[in-house]
Design a protein. Structure first.
Length: 245
């Protein structure tokens, strides 16, 4: 495996802007297709979404996918066809296992509260097994745990058992989150595949330079780099130990 660090800038992402939804796609999604940009490791979707107040995604289907949602601002209402519902807000990790099939909706919870958009990142990874029972989980994470440290908030890896907020059905993947104040640093995991996304703030990547909001980095065969906040920032890091190809 060749060691590579592939920096992807925010402005180069696919974009869907349809009024109520402003979505930026790190990988091929919907009608946006690039045959050489379909995934990294086990991660197929990294959508950076802003949904206007009183709007959202109507009921739609998913199958055989682990879907993790992380809200940055506002709140998002989830309802699905197997009876799960919840309101997702900053600091609350949510996972939906689509399994053999599920239908759900996601709406901005700010109905009647003025023009308050909800900003969230939705990420999809492939599961270990197809056709499992669909399921749902959401867990609040103590804000203090995220300050200045990378914390596994969604994982299927055995070494995170007992410390992870939510479990995903993919034994080779984990999502870490950190909130960094100016000058604070964290070391990225050492794994065959890493995906770093900066949804807000500015950070300096050791050996890679400054990363701004919406920038992402795909690491292959290399890890352990230091990440330092240039301004207050939040970062999402997928650690993956296998790939689709």
């Amino acid at each position: 495996m060749n060691a590579t660090i592939d920096i992807r800038r925010a402005a180069d992402r696919f974009s869907t802007d349809i009024g109520w939804l402003d979505s930026k796609h790190s990988f091929s999604f919907g009608h946006h297709h690039d045959p050489v940009n379909t995934h990294h490791g086990l991660l197929l979707v990294n959508n950076d979404d802003v949904v206007a107040a009183g709007t959202g995604f109507d009921t739609h289907p998913h199958r055989d996918m682990e879907i993790v949602t992380w809200v940055l601002d506002g709140s998002l209402v989830h309802q699905d066809s197997v009876g799960h519902n919840g309101v997702i807000h900053p600091g609350l990790a949510q996972r939906m296992s689509a399994g053999r099939g599920i239908r759900h909706s996601e709406k901005n919870d700010a109905v009647g509260a003025g023009d308050v958009p909800v900003h969230f990142v939705q990420m999809w990874v492939v599961p270990d097994s197809r056709g499992i029972d669909p399921s749902y989980e959401q867990v609040m994470i103590d804000d203090g745990r995220l300050d200045g440290a990378l914390v596994p908030v969604a994982s299927g890896m055995a070494r995170h058992a007992g410390e992870t907020a939510i479990r995903i059905r993919q034994r080779d993947a984990a999502l870490h989150v950190a909130r960094l104040r100016v000058g604070e640093s964290v070391s990225l995991p050492d794994a065959p595949y890493l995906h770093l996304f900066v949804p807000r703030g500015t950070v300096d990547l050791e050996g890679g330079g400054v990363l701004s909001p919406g920038d992402a980095v795909r690491f292959t065969g290399v890890g352990g780099h230091r990440l330092t906040a240039v301004e207050d920032a939040e970062v999402l890091v997928w650690e993956m130990h296998s790939s689709l190809t």
